[in-house]
Design a protein around this ligand. Structure first.
Ligand code: PEP
Length: 250
């Protein structure tokens, strides 16, 4: 039985003052919700604040990206061991916004995935197709290629130490979530593709859905057999909305 997982992705939002209320609201709201795991991926400058406010709670914290390198001349980058220093346990890898805006490729995402695992972090590896790709019936080709970029390099076995996230680009940051059936179809495809290499890993790996998750649609999406929780963007910036999404699992 896979334990559900809800991850908040704050993206480039927050301030010391507003984070305080948000973190306290989320901690209070999920403290009596023992049936799932919770993670907040915050911007780098707020790690210390997240660590201080979350360390005695049932909410873990993580990052939204990491360098694939350690201790080197890479101005502006943050290494895996720096995340570990701040008690991070998760890191998002290959988010569509980074693939599009920061020229992340399958190769660079795979290198970050590997670096995260080597540092003892759990990568949350994002995959998803654009609207045009879906309309051209390329969803399985695109998602399959992104998944294979990890399996081919490292083997399916390493996926047992990771979390996967299906995030259709047309649903991220829009008001057009996938329907539960659309999301389930792709999650099932991902699981079956992993099962071709390793049935045990396929049965145990958590696959999250992300893209316009909201208190109104979370319950139906989380009820799908291959959906193990969610990656939540905008609604993770509102404690009440995020907690409602978490409650829809109970
Ligand atoms: C995300 O940032 O990964 C995301 C899913 O955003 P939103 O929930 O706002 O669509």
């Amino acid at each position: 039985m896979r334990r559900k997982l809800i991850v908040g992705n704050w993206k480039m939002n927050g301030s010391i003052a507003s984070n305080q209320l948000l973190l306290q609201g989320i901690v209070a709201g999920v403290k009596n919700l023992p049936h799932a795991d919770y993670v907040l991926c915050v911007p780098y400058p707020y790690f210390h604040q997240a660590q201080t406010l979350l360390q005695h709670s049932n909410v873990a914290w993580g990052a939204q990206n990491l360098s694939a390198n350690e201790d080197t001349a890479l101005t502006g980058s943050v290494s895996p061991s720096m995340l570990v220093d701040y008690g991070c346990t998760y890191v998002i890898v290959g988010h569509s916004e980074r693939r599009i805006l920061s020229h992340e490729t399958d190769d660079t995402a795979a290198a970050r995935f590997n670096a995260a695992l080597k540092a003892g972090l759990t990568p949350i590896f994002c995959m998803g197709e654009s609207k045009e790709e879906r309309e051209s019936d390329w969803t399985e080709y695109i998602v399959g290629r992104q998944l294979d970029s990890i399996i081919r390099r490292f083997g399916a076995n390493l996926l047992s130490k990771a979390v996967l996230a299906y995030e259709p680009l047309w649903a991220v940051g829009t008001d057009t979530p996938a329907t539960p059936a659309q999301a389930q179809e792709v999650h099932q495809f991902i699981r079956k593709r992993i099962a071709r290499c390793d049935a045990e890993v396929a049965a145990q790996v958590r696959i999250l859905y992300g893209g316009s998750l909201h208190p109104n649609n979370a319950k139906a999406i989380f009820a799908m057999p291959d959906i193990d929780g969610g990656l939540v963007g905008r609604c993770s910036l509102d404690a009440q909305a995020f907690v409602k999404i978490c409650q829809s699992i109970q």
